[in-house]
Design a protein around this ligand. Structure first.
Ligand code: ATP
Length: 409
């Protein structure tokens, strides 16, 4: 029998290989340490019997559950869900093969998330892509589609902020002739157009409240009703949604329905701001420069690296496009850069970008917390992983009020 594993679900899901004999509980001596109030010190035991694994409850009050049935002992089968107190674990006979994902990063944290997306892509789960403008949410949505089992079906994108309420409703669900002024013939909506494929709902945070209710109904029942129609149509789409808005804030302000948010947010991913993944900067720059046939001097690149990139990858791409248009066949130097940098974004900090700043901070905070957790509070390794000097990490910890001792085990 090949190596079996236990996947411990939770905020920091981890997978541990099973040995001949393991105890599970909240005593730190347990091989599988489960920190939770409803878990007994020594709660259950898993032992290898012949070629199988047997789980035994250690006479606890709360009990041990396998696939929702309380058990005193049970042989485990691949995919069984074990519940102990409020912790859930999955028994895996072998690890799933990791599906490749075409997007990669030199930033270790982001690269790990991209790797996980290879597996996410293969599922039917909705994905919510959050984060600042220009970070590649659209690119990510397309990559998810192209690596899904629906890749031979259509990828249909709808920008939920671009049109009036009536037009968006018709854009999403379609309409029948005469249902509103201008509806001169029947029209299929995006749900229909994306049948068998992926529907990408961009700027979902801008969807009006009444359309949020209609979208929720469509997702819950897998059916839609075109505007003016008297019958529903079954749908067959995978949903990917994206927004640069701070959704927690929108929900708090009563502008976004939490029930729709939870439907969309089965898996969420936040591409980091460019400034937080500068390890990728040169590769991105060279990629754009090659396509647009411009060359940058070392001095120019050094100058570009000092720029804060509030418009993220889009801003970088635009700068290279501007360079190729303004200085064709020239070698771009530091002097050119001063003229090429888009100061409107830095000086006036337009509304979208200023709205993004809390999001950027939240992403940075979450990245720091993730690395501190993985490194058990080790600041040197955390700073190294995040590609920042230790002194910067200290400043950030103070700024975000993160207590490092909480991560030490
Ligand atoms: N990894 C990448 N490699 C190359 N180009 C990229 C990458 N990610 C994004 N881009 C380019 O950057 C630009 C912005 O990307 P995209 O439109 O996906 O961002 P976005 O986060 O969806 O922006 P918005 O929130 O404004 O819709 C696009 O021109 C895209 O082609």
């Amino acid at each position: 029998m090949s190596q079996s594993f236990l996947k411990i679900l939770g905020e920091n899901t981890k997978t541990v290989p099973l040995t001949e004999f393991m105890t599970l509980g909240k005593d730190t001596q347990c091989q599988v340490f489960l920190e939770s109030e409803n878990v007994a010190d020594r709660h259950a035991r898993i032992e290898k019997k012949d070629q199988s694994y047997l789980i035994r409850d250690l006479r606890t009050n709360n009990g041990t559950f396998v696939n929702d049935a309380r058990v005193m002992e049970a042989f485990l089968q691949d995919g069984d869900i074990i519940r102990i107190g409020d912790r859930e674990l999955i028994f895996l006979e072998k690890l799933e093969e990791t599906a490749e994902f075409p997007l990669k990063s030199r930033n270790e944290v982001w690269n790990q998330e991209l790797k996980n997306l290879g597996n996410v892509a293969k599922t039917e789960f909705p994905v919510l892509i959050l984060g600042p403008s220009g970070t590649g949410k659209d690119v990510l949505a397309q990559a998810l589609h192209e690596n899904s089992t629906r890749k031979n079906g259509p990828f249909v994108g709808v920008n939920c902020s671009a049109l009036s309420e009536t037009l968006i409703e018709s854009e999403l669900f379609g309409h029948v002739k005469g249902s509103f002024t201008g509806a001169i013939s029947d029209r299929k909506g995006a749900f229909e157009a994306a049948r068998g494929g992926t529907l990408f709902l961009d700027e979902i945070g801008d969807l009006t409240y009444s359309l949020q209710a209609k979208l929720l109904r469509a997702l819950e029942n897998n059916e839609i009703r075109p505007v003016g129609a008297d019958r529903n149509i079954k749908t067959d789409v995978r949903i990917i949604a994206a927004t640069h808005q701070n959704m927690a804030e929108k929900i708090r302000e009563g502008l976004f329905r939490s029930d729709l948010y939870f439907r969309l947010n089965v898996v969420s991913v936040t591409p980091p701001a460019l400034i937080l993944r500068m390890e990728d900067f040169e590769e991105l720059l060279y990629g754009f420069a090659k396509k647009m046939r411009v060359r940058f001097s070392f001095g120019a690149i050094a100058r570009l690296k000092k720029h804060p990139w509030p418009g993220n990858i889009r801003e970088l791409k635009n700068l290279v496009t501007r360079a190729s248009a303004l200085y064709p066949r020239e070698h771009i130097t530091e002097e050119h850069i001063e003229k090429l940098i888009d100061r409107t974004l830095i000086q006036h900090v337009d509304d979208r970008v200023s709205n993004d700043i809390p999001v950027i901070k939240e992403i940075e905070k979450q990245m720091i917390i993730k690395r501190l957790t993985a490194n058990k509070g080790n600041q040197r390794r955390t700073a190294q992983d995040l590609g920042m000097p230790k002194s910067t990490l200290h400043d950030r910890l103070k700024y975000y009020d993160i207590d490092v001792t909480a991560f030490k085990v």
